[in-house]
Design a protein around this ligand. Structure first.
Ligand SMILES: [Zn+2]
Length: 120
């Protein structure tokens, strides 16, 4: 299975896999806002999962998602908005705003012009 990803609802650029250029590391930090209002945060693993979770639900089963799903982003793409965590914070922590479009670059095959890399 290859990489896949979604576009951040704020900036329309991809949530990146962890295998991208260091300068773009912030774009790997992801926030998921569910229709229910629950907010999940962590680092996108490139394959539909969220690792290194920092949200309040990470040690809890007090929510309505299958905690054991290892592809938590993929499993919930139809009821979550995806943001880069930096965009989410800078935009005043927006609520659920509809589902996010899948990213044509799969969060990995980036167009250097679009991502303004200063060195590759
Ligand atoms: Zn963004």
């Amino acid at each position: 299975m290859g990489f896949f990803s979604w576009e951040c609802k704020c900036c329309s650029k991809s949530i990146l896999s962890p295998y991208c250029h260091k300068e773009l590391d912030w774009m790997n930090k992801m926030t998921m806002v569910l229709k229910t209002g629950e907010v999940l945060q962590g680092e996108y693993d490139g394959y539909g999962g969220l690792g290194y979770r920092t949200d309040e639900y990470r040690f809890s089963d007090d929510w309505d998602i299958d905690e054991n799903a290892d592809d938590i982003c993929m499993s919930n793409e139809n009821r979550a908005t995806f943001y880069h965590t930096r965009c989410y914070e800078e935009s005043g922590r927006p609520a659920f705003a509809g589902t996010s479009s899948s990213a044509s670059d799969q969060g990995f095959f980036l167009d250097p012009k679009k991502y303004l890399l200063t060195s590759v």
